[in-house]
Design a protein around this ligand. Structure first.
Ligand SMILES: C[S@@+](CC[C@H](N)C(=O)[O-])C[C@H]1O[C@@H](n2cnc3c(N)ncnc32)[C@H](O)[C@@H]1O
Length: 251
């Protein structure tokens, strides 16, 4: 069971305000390229692919084959078509794929939704070829100093602290024979100004697990601070507006 229901309304909000515009994904393209060394013909399994932003990007950037696996029908329906992209219903502990068929697994902002991470790790082991990496893009408990959402809505740490930590994630994957090889924060440029962030706040509250965890009062307080900062003459611009999630790589 995911922490929120990815129904049609949530899926539409997610597509509108959670997907990073392609121009803001450069650092992620670079990081995945460095750790995966992709080549045409490789198969990446995107687990919990959502609306397919990364699945489509991998096809476009690397010309790899991608299998997007997603449990929510509403999210899955919004995945764009691409040559080389197959879309499948399924979840992390039950992947609709044969043994040793894939060259990498990608999980983006999914690990905190998976009820049994150790079972998922075993299933990922089954479908990956020996030596293939697992790339996890996520916020982890205790590591949120570069998260914009925490800066403006600090009470989101209440829920963030219940997400699997890096240590817990490594432990779950160790039991399936994976060891960590890298951990790095990777920035994304998904907003052009604080005013834009403020504009999106209500829709984000509908589409984001962390924003949903706030009380009305906490949400209103964060928005008020954002409004004041957005109107200030020294409001941040450019790189100061980026937010980072961690990339954890295991092999
Ligand atoms: C925050 S969204 C991330 C979507 C996409 N990976 C991205 O980064 O744009 C989390 C996704 O995980 C999916 N999900 C929830 N539980 C899952 C599970 N047990 N296995 C795989 N995916 C799951 C949800 O349906 C949702 O689409």
């Amino acid at each position: 069971m995911a922490r929120i229901a990815y129904d049609a309304a949530t899926a539409a909000s997610f597509k509108a305000v959670r997907e990073i515009p392609r121009g803001g994904m450069d650092a992620w393209e670079d990081a995945v390229r460095r750790h995966l060394n992709p080549s045409a013909g490789m198969t990446i399994v995107d687990i919990g692919a959502g609306t397919g932003a990364f699945a489509a990007a991998f096809c476009d950037w690397f010309a790899t084959k991608v299998v997007a696996v997603e449990p929510s029908e509403a999210m899955l329906a919004l995945i764009p078509e691409r040559p080389g992209l197959r879309i499948r219903a399924g979840h992390a502990a039950s992947l609709p794929l044969p043994d040793t068929c894939a060259d990498a697994a990608w999980l983006s902002t999914v690990t905190h939704h998976i009820p049994d991470l150790a079972a998922a790790a075993q299933e990922i082991r089954r479908v990956l070829r020996p030596g293939a990496p697992v790339l996890i893009r996520n916020a982890f408990a205790g590591r949120y100093e570069r998260l914009r959402i925490v800066h403006w809505f600090p009470e989101t740490t209440r829920l963030l602290d219940t997400y699997p930590s890096v240590e817990e994630t490594c432990e779950a994957f160790a039991a399936a024979g994976f060891a960590p090889t890298a951990l790095e924060p990777v920035p994304q440029a998904d907003i052009a100004s604080l005013a834009e962030f403020l504009e999106r706040a209500d829709a984000l509250r509908a589409a984001d697990t962390l924003m949903r965890s706030l009380t009305e009062e906490e949400f209103a307080r964060g928005k008020e601070q954002l409004r004041a900062a957005a109107a200030a003459p020294e409001a941040p611009t450019g790189a100061d507006l980026t937010s980072s999630l961690d990339l954890l790589v295991l092999r």
